[in-house]
Design a protein around this ligand. Structure first.
Ligand code: SF4
Ligand code: SF4
Length: 281
């Protein structure tokens, strides 16, 4: 079995507890305005535009209609290819097998606590992760998922059995605002939150906070109400993520970084609503 991997971040301190290797899967079923990795959205159609923009001879057009060959040793990581791509993709995506991923992770094995599958939306690759996680756990590493919550986890209990925890985005509790922010409703997201909490797999819920008003107070209150029976018992963390402009598509950069006052008010609200641990980061 294989999956398309946009990139692997060998060492991250912000994708779950401890130092972790992060697999950034290609493909997403949401189109979040504040996404900082929009090159994970789409599929390459082999148009070759990126190769003409590469200043380092790191992309070679070989077969028309297929992605250019990426010559990694020439790449200076300038980002020109991703900026030029009109399909929200990247020529640096790799198709990797379970063995390819394991071999890569083993190079860093001694320095990490586990892996985190992210994206894009990694649960579009649920079968791949269900095969991957037992292999990784044999190496005494734990396996976490970062997700937009769109997967029906109830139908993927095999994945949950071999997963050590899930960090779930609740972009907005109000379905209309959620649609506005992501291009999709939130019914399945809220169902996932409750299901994962019941199964004891929900580690963290996350909301991106911008300067604009996307009903964040309402989101905190409704999320707390939904998860209240599990908050203290499972010590579910609420993470408020300040909007950062880096990587965001030009048309949405004006959403703006929120002020500290707004963040602190949301933190106080989440604590008052019953979350034991609330982080801003
Ligand atoms: S990031 Fe893209 S455009 Fe820049 S050198 Fe690497 S392949 Fe070429
Ligand atoms: S990555 Fe984008 S620009 Fe490059 S060939 Fe694929 S679709 Fe075209």
């Amino acid at each position: 079995m294989t999956a398309l991997i946009n990139r692997i971040i060998d060492y991250s301190a912000v994708n779950g507890p401890g130092i972790r290797t992060v697999l950034v899967f290609q493909g997403c079923n949401f189109r979040c305005r504040y996404c900082h990795v929009p090159d994970t959205f789409g599929n390459c159609n082999g148009c070759g535009i990126c190769a003409y923009h590469c200043p380092a001879k790191a992309l070679k057009l070989e077969v028309p209609g297929l992605a250019p060959q990426w010559i990694e040793e020439n790449c200076i990581d300038c980002g020109a290819c991703v900026n030029a791509c009109r399909k929200d993709s990247s020529p640096k995506i790799k198709r990797m097998s379970i063995k390819d991923v394991l071999d890569h992770i083993m190079e860093h094995r001694r320095h990490i606590r586990g892996i985190t599958c992210s994206g894009g939306e990694c649960t579009l690759h649920a079968e791949f992760m269900t095969e991957l996680f037992p292999v990784i756990r044999q190496q005494k590493l734990n396996c976490l998922i970062e997700t937009n919550g769109s997967l029906n986890f109830e139908k993927h209990s095999g994945l949950l059995d071999c997963c050590d925890g899930v960090m779930l985005d609740i972009k907005a509790a109000d379905p209309v605002r959620h649609l506005e922010l992501t291009g999709r409703g939130n019914e399945e997201v809220l169902q996932s939150a409750v299901f994962l909490a019941k199964r004891g797999k929900l580690l963290e819920v996350r909301t991106v906070v911008t300067r604009a008003d996307y009903g964040e107070r309402d989101t905190v209150e409704k999320t707390a109400a939904l998860l209240r029976p599990y908050l203290a018992k499972n010590r579910i963390t609420y993470r408020l993520i300040p909007f950062r402009v880096f990587g965001v598509r030009r048309e949405y950069r004006s959403l703006g970084t929120p002020g500290q006052t707004k963040l602190e008010e949301l933190r106080s609200l989440a604590l008052a609503e019953g979350f034991v641990k609330v982080l801003i980061s």
